[in-house]
Design a protein around this ligand. Structure first.
Ligand code: NAP
Length: 316
């Protein structure tokens, strides 16, 4: 079996390594600027300490014509939501006719966007259950640099879509040592989770990525109010009940969650959050914008979402 992973960042490298461990032929579709680094081979570390493990013997591709020259069983989109925009994706997907496309993006409208390019019977939706990042993070010493990865307990990656295609994805990841399971609707599960997580993260960014400043001020209340609005929008958009999540999206719960998760994670969680969500800050802003627009068009309350988005630092 052959998988093409689009994007050889933290997520692409982790899933690619596990697919290879399951016996798959793996290749990465990378921007030309990353070709040199990718040719030298990747290095993987556990979440803390650990010995470097090399990841090599994968293919590297930079153009749709090279994609079209080979046959692919799966194409994994391991890029952020905003990266799906632009003209590059349609020719790439057209060059892999017949391949299952595995999407991992958390944006409200991402699946709809992809369904314009891929028939439903070839589209698998995924919810990432790993925490991975480029190491060393600032202030850390690590040689050679690589990717650190943590599998949070009870949090397998979840996939939904055509049953045979989902079985192939889940089966390969499990054989390769990556926790994974089928989900009734990973898009919906991911949309509700992202409504809480991304508002929480936006609140942390507003507090300058400083956990103490976040807990001291009213950022948790502001973020939780936005999360409740985002949950209402995401629930309506996906025809899903957000269940108990609106009750849990409260300032006190956000303070507690930050404290508990920081204590439980076997690495510096606040540093990871500032690094990762600093990197994908455009994605957070795009998510807030999408909830705001969809909420407005459905006559829902969006004032807290608007305030949170307005409080985020300008990235330009
Ligand atoms: N890392 C995690 O623990 C984690 C956990 C849950 C969810 N996620 C989500 O997974 C997605 C990817 O995260 P990540 O941490 O892997 O990000 P990342 O390390 O930045 O990797 C993404 C890679 O894809 C590349 N890329 C973007 N557009 C491309 C294109 N057209 N062709 C080829 N490569 C392209 C990026 O290049 P540039 O650097 O030039 O942009 C980057 O190298 C994000 O949506 C993130 O929120 C990540």
């Amino acid at each position: 079996m052959r998988a093409l992973l689009v994007g050889a960042g933290a997520v692409g490298q982790v899933y690619g390594r596990h697919l290879q461990a399951a016996g798959w032929d793996v290749a990465f579709y990378v921007k030309p600027k990353y070709l040199g680094d990718a040719r030298r081979g990747f290095v993987r570390y556990p979440a803390r300490g650990g010995r470097p493990e090399r990841f090599e013997e994968y293919g590297l591709i930079t153009a749709p014509e090279e994609v079209a020259a080979e046959r692919w069983d799966q194409v994994w989109l391991c890029v952020s939501s905003p990266a799906l925009a632009g003209g590059w994706l349609p020719p790439l997907l057209a060059a892999a006719p017949g391949a299952t496309v595995v999407m991992l993006q958390p944006g409200l409208r991402d699946r709809r966007r992809l369904l314009e390019l891929v028939p439903e019977e070839r589209l698998v939706s995924g919810m990432i259950g790993i925490v991975a990042w480029q190491a060393p993070l600032p202030g850390e010493l690590l040689d050679p640099p690589g990717i650190r990865c943590w599998f949070p307990p009870l949090s397998p990656s979840r996939f939904s879509g055509p049953p045979a295609a989902v079985d192939a994805v889940v089966g390969a990841l499990r054989r390769g040592g990556c926790p994974a399971r089928r989900d009734a609707d990973a898009t919906r599960t991911s949309a509700l989770g992202s409504a809480v997580l991304l508002c929480f993260v936006a609140g942390l960014e507003v507090a300058g990525w400083d956990p103490a400043a976040f807990r001291r001020g009213d950022a948790p209340e502001a973020a939780a109010a936005a999360a409740r609005e985002a949950l209402a929008v995401a629930g309506l958009y996906h025809g899903a009940s957000p269940g108990l999540l609106p009750l849990l999206a409260r300032g006190w719960a956000f303070r507690l969650a930050l404290r508990a998760a920081t204590a439980a994670a076997p690495f510096d969680l606040p540093l990871y959050l500032s690094y990762h969500f600093g990197k994908v800050g455009d994605q957070t802003r795009e998510a807030l914008r999408a909830w705001e627009e969809e909420g407005r068009s459905r006559g829902l309350e969006i004032s807290a979402l608007r305030r949170l988005a307005g409080a985020l630092p300008d990235r330009r």
